[in-house]
Design a protein around this ligand. Structure first.
Ligand SMILES: Nc1ncnc2c1ncn2[C@@H]1O[C@H](COP(=O)(O)OP(=O)(O)OP(=O)(O)O)[C@@H](O)[C@H]1O
Ligand SMILES: [Mg+2]
Length: 362
């Protein structure tokens, strides 16, 4: 790793919609992907993920900016010559070709010998556990198997990078987890660089070396899964990546290292990190805290809310609690002992794990 493989420099893509108005799908983004890295583009629907991937693959041409591959500008290289296979959500297999021929297709187009084709297809089938299914047709395979064919079809070209556009969205939850483990295993085994688009945060967190969060055509944050989960740079990221709760508060005092806020008449001193802005006393701020960093307590804690809903979910209990004019989600781990019978609308004490608070400008 640590060798720059792909770079996007100030890429912008505008589309004209049918009625002549212009949509900026991708708005001046720059990013770097290292050799062998697994990078995820994560963001809500319409934020520009697919457009970014399609520009990299060469299916779409940017209005501004440069794409640099291995040190060379590839702005003018046609899609076919970029050698960046793409794996889609809708497997895009040829229904009238056998699995073998589907996987062999790219090799045939590139005019490889029969022997090489037979060898390489066999190897690709082995890598993704498709051995024995080569003579079937796509219609005779399950969704998960079809997706593995799509992956094999990309792998057989021995590319340096594979682009994935929500490849697992059509699979059920269990198969999605199985297949993502499979993709990650093959990617690591072969040391292939992967650029993976998803709007599923658990997919992004579990698979990636680096996550790029997009919002409205722009990059909202880049970081390791741990960084973006624990230190979201904005309320958008905090909401998107961990379903954080937000609470309005007022700053009492602020130093280089701490921010002191008042919450329900209690003074809370919070550690500041270098990502945080500077705050002035009296300033209105937003505190964020993840559901698992709050708990319902039977003992007095100094913080009180009103229970709205309680859902027992086996390993956890999820509570909705009205607190300071907003509704908070609280995840209680049942291995800590059950809280017991709580009635709707009853007052409950809240315990915050203080070190998990983050402070944002309002
Ligand atoms: N060919 C096109 N013509 C016009 N507008 C387009 C075109 N392709 C994409 N857009 C617009 O560009 C924006 C970004 O689209 P894009 O497909 O990149 O989003 P996305 O992040 O992949 O979303 P999703 O998660 O729904 O797949 C959207 O507003 C979309 O409507
Ligand atoms: Mg998309």
């Amino acid at each position: 790793m640590n060798k720059t493989y792909l770079q996007l420099k100030h890429i912008t893509k505008r589309f004209e919609d049918g009625r002549g108005s212009v949509v900026t799908a991708v708005d001046d983004i720059s990013l770097t992907i290292e050799q062998g890295e697994f990078v995820t583009l994560l963001g809500p629907s319409g934020c520009g993920k697919t457009t970014t991937l399609r520009m990299i693959a060469g299916f779409e041409v940017q209005n501004e900016g440069d794409i640099i591959l291995d040190g060379k500008n590839i702005n003018n290289v046609a899609a076919f010559n970029r050698e960046m296979p793409m794996v889609f959500q809708s497997y895009a297999l040829f229904p009238h070709l056998s699995i073998f021929e589907n996987i062999a297709y790219g090799l045939r187009v590139r005019k490889y010998s029969k022997e090489v084709i037979r060898n390489d297809v066999a190897m690709a089938c082995q890598m993704v556990n498709l051995v024995g299914l080569e003579d079937r047709y796509p219609g005779e395979l399950s969704g998960g198997q079809q997706q593995r064919v799509a992956l094999a079809r990309a792998l057989v070209l021995k590319p340096e990078i594979i682009l994935f556009d929500e490849p697992l969205s059509n699979l059920d939850a269990k198969l999605r987890i199985q297949t993502r483990t499979e993709i990650k295993r093959v990617q690591q085994m072969l040391g292939i660089t992967a650029l993976y688009v998803t709007h599923d945060q658990s997919e992004a967190l579990s698979m990636s070396d680096k996550v790029i969060i997009m919002n409205g055509g722009k990059i909202a944050q880049v970081g390791s899964p741990l960084e973006i989960y624990n230190r979201p740079a904005s309320t958008f990221v905090a909401d998107f990546i961990g379903n954080a709760n937000f609470i309005n508060a007022v700053v009492e005092d602020s130093t280089d290292r701490t921010v002191t806020v008042k919450l329900q008449e209690k003074i809370l001193e919070l550690a500041k990190t270098e990502l945080d802005d500077t705050f002035k006393p009296g300033e209105q701020v937003i505190l964020s805290i993840k559901p698992e960093a709050v708990d319902v307590s039977l003992k007095p804690t100094g913080f009180t809310g009103r229970l709205d809903v309680s859902s027992f979910l086996g390993s956890i209990t999820e509570y909705k609690v009205e607190f300071e004019e907003s509704f908070m989600t609280i995840i209680h781990s049942n291995t800590e002992g059950l809280i017991g019978d709580l009635k709707m609308d009853q007052p409950v004490n809240l315990e915050f794990k203080k070190e998990f608070f983050r402070v944002y400008k309002r």
